[in-house]
Design a protein around this ligand. Sequence first.
Ligand code: ZN
Length: 218
Amino acid sequence: MKGKVISLHGKKKWTLAAVAALLVILVVTGVILWCTREQTTKERPQVTEIYGIPVHTVLIPETLPGRPGIKRKVKYIVIHETGNPSKGADAKAHSDYLLNGGEGTTSWHYTVDDHEIYHHIPDSEVSWNAGDQRKEPGGNMNGISIELCVNSDGDFEKTFDNGARLTAYLLKAYGLRIEDVKQHNDFNGKNCPQTIRESGRWQEFLDLTQRYLKQEEK
Ligand SMILES: [Zn+2]
């Protein structure tokens, strides 16, 4: 009889030990999930059109210095202008340029012109767009960067409108607010996006973005 009691005790001990081990595993997993929850953003599904604008996803290879492949948390949308008034300097031309490594380490996520959008780097990865190194939170580490084309043979009004549509789409996709839309200037003082800044149209850009955001929410 005594032996049986001891063996029952032994079983109980093992069950308790297993439950305790399971609890420890659950707690540790919970702590890891809690600690990493803020650190990376999950990429939105790939699309071929955003609010009626064709989107071409032509990612630059990870072997180029402009695509370091660093996963991060998206906190901002950063607005730029290409500063290139040359004829033909549209979104496709900038895509080709990036693919050929033309900008060295400088890179960005999207180029928008008056009729289409090119996507160069996954939203969940860092691009070297804002000139603020690895500062956190910062334009490089936490921004999705959008370059608006200013080619002289393009219709900037349409580009402006397309840029606002893409911005609204990304705000919605990543649960961001209108306050999270920034200028390149906010991160390193560069006069970019230049024509929007110099023509005093930043608030207009935000208002337009807000309008598209509200339309989407209806
Ligand atoms: Zn810029």
